[in-house]
Design a binder for this molecule. Structure first.
Ligand code: XMP
Length: 523
């Protein structure tokens, strides 16, 4: 793989994604990983990511100079560029000045375009995204300076002999005009790597891996209706066919049409063996009278585990009755690469995030995990799903929380309230899709304020109904988000239709809060 050394800023995942967009496989490793362990991973190339603002700051991570003796091509980016310069004997000046945001850089030398490996095919003068304090003032021996900016006398350098390259700016962000070109120049021309990482190869590789892990064993998988579990299940089905049984727990908290999507469309597309558990009454019973959000989340999570465990037991028993002696030993989970990185990844990465997933099962459940998406980013999962022939509505589905509509009713959950919310949500989704806005918005929770009433007038009469909140957000990763500026005419259509068509609702309001301080969901 190409190893992206993570110096702790937000950029490592983005770099890894961009490398993969160039069809080269990449993995993220922490900057604390020893050179020996990096070598053991047999890297095809190494990218040093951005990081803290100054290589001279207390406790700032350094690059072990031994890294440059491995004979592996290296690209330093921003902080990684400076750390590389320091490690190889260049001069990084404490300027006290900051270059931040869109910045002009000039390619150095009149033959600049043609003669530079890293910047070939990019213009003499270009706009890049900068974010740094110190600046490289002298390149280490053996390097040629290939670009400069007003704040960075050495804005990029290269040493073709050793295949070492560096840029002060961030080629991985969209604000850098020729960023992807610079990355592919490094990968294809500097490191001379072939663009061999394709979704077709990913499927082949994972299918082989699943077969090897599972053998003739039996496998189960909980389908949520979401992209990840659907693609994971489809992959495992491709690998081991009927050794896989999928379980779909219908908790009654899904949106209109979603249960059918799983029960009908997903099965039709994959031929998967599906067991549907109707647990609607059970969930509604457990949720009766509960309005505290955390309490609701806990109940839904707990009930899900119980129902799923019971279903798993049934699958085991049914298998035994049919004389299919193999016990169910494996559980499929749609764990993605960002989850692996963010929860430590077995590599000691820095930030730990706790996941609130309704599919999260207790440790004592006796299954070995099958995680065929563990190396993939979300966009790659969608591409794999499409390649496996899953319907567009499943593959392109926007995020939807595990606890479903249960946390989109502010107040206690009842069947009537669910029906009201489902009707309003279906209208909002329909209009957003019709307006072609699905790709632009990250997701648009529709929330029913069941504990709030307001006065309205409809026809000749006074109404006293509930408000519906629209929460359209734009986001890259759901960690931060901004409210989406939807066109007024679309908002108007949604509002008119909801108040006309959904009996209990007499008001539609728009949530104009970014995250932070608001979260995307209301509960
Ligand atoms: P918040 O509300 O925390 O949501 O800003 C961030 C993203 O996570 C989704 N979400 C969940 N997903 N189980 C999930 O699988 C959950 O319990 C859960 N809660 C929130 C939310 O829809 C948004 O995309």
């Amino acid at each position: 793989p190409v190893l992206v050394v993570d110096f702790g800023a937000q950029y490592a995942q983005l770099i890894a994604r961009r490398v993969r967009e160039a069809n080269v496989y990449s993995e993220i490793v922490p900057s604390t990983m020893s050179v020996e362990r990096i070598q053991a991973k047999n890297p095809a190339a190494i990218v040093l990511s951005g990081g803290p603002s100054s290589v001279y700051a207390d406790g700032a991570p350094q690059v072990d100079p031994k890294l440059f003796d491995l004979g592996v091509p290296v690209l330093g980016i921003c902080y990684g560029f400076q750390a590389m310069a320091v490690a190889l004997g260049g001069d990084v000046a404490k300027t006290g000045l900051r270059e931040y945001g869109g910045t002009r850089v000039d390619v150095v030398g009149d033959g600049g375009l043609a003669s530079s490996t890293l910047l070939q095919g990019t213009p003499q003068e270009q706009s890049v995204w900068m974010s740094h304090g110190d600046a490289v003032h002298a390149a280490p021996a053996g390097f040629t300076v290939i670009a400069e900016s007003s704040g960075s006398p050495v804005a990029a350098f290269e040493d073709d002999e050793r295949a070492f390259y560096g840029v002060q700016w961030h080629p991985e962000v969209k604000h850098t005009a020729f960023g992807q070109q610079v990355l592919t120049n490094f990968l294809y021309h500097g490191a001379k790597l072939p663009p061999a990482w394709t979704m077709g190869n990913v499927i082949e590789e994972q299918v082989a891996k699943v077969r090897e892990q599972v053998g003739s064993g039996r496998v189960i998988c909980a389908l949520s209706g979401g992209v990840d579990s659907a693609v994971a299940a489809a992959l495992v089905q491709r690998a081991v066919g009927d050794q896989l049984t999928c379980v779909f727990v219908d908790h009654g908290l899904l949106r209109a049409g979603e249960a059918e999507q799983v029960e009908r469309d997903f099965v039709a597309a994959t031929g998967v063996k599906l067991k549907v558990v109707d647990a609607v009454d059970r969930f509604l019973g457990a949720l009766e009278g509960v309005s505290d959000p955390e309490e609701k989340r806990k109940i839904i999570g707990r009930e899900f585990i119980r129902v799923f465990e019971a279903a798993a037991r049934e699958v085991v028993e049914e298998a035994a009755e049919h004389g299919e002696g193999e016990p169910v030993r494996f559980l499929v989970q749609g764990t993605l690469y960002p989850d692996v990185v963010e929860s430590g990844g077995g590599e000691g990465a820095a930030n730990i995030k706790s996941h609130h997933n309704v599919g999260g099962l207790p440790d004592d459940l006796q299954f070995e995990l099958v995680e065929p998406l563990r190396t993939l980013f979300k966009d790659e999962v969608r591409a794999v799903g499409a390649e496996l022939g899953l319907p567009e509505e499943i593959v392109q589905r926007q995020p939807f929380p595990g606890p479903g509509l249960g946390i989109r009713i502010v107040g206690a959950v009842t069947q009537d309230r669910l029906e009201t919310l489902r009707a309003a949500d279906a209208i909002a989704r329909e209009e957003l899709t019709a307006a072609g806005l699905d790709r632009e918005i990250w997701q648009c929770p529709v929330v029913l304020l069941a504990d709030v009433r307001s006065v309205g007038v409809q026809g000749d009469g006074r109404t006293y109904g509930h408000p519906i909140v629209l929460r359209p957000v734009s986001s890259e990763d759901a960690m931060t988000a901004d409210w989406t500026r939807l066109p007024y005419d679309v908002l108007a259509r949604i509002s008119t239709r909801i108040t006309n068509e959904v009996a209990e609702v007499n008001r539609v309001v728009l949530d104009v809060t970014s995250k932070p301080p608001g979260t995307i969901e209301w509960e």
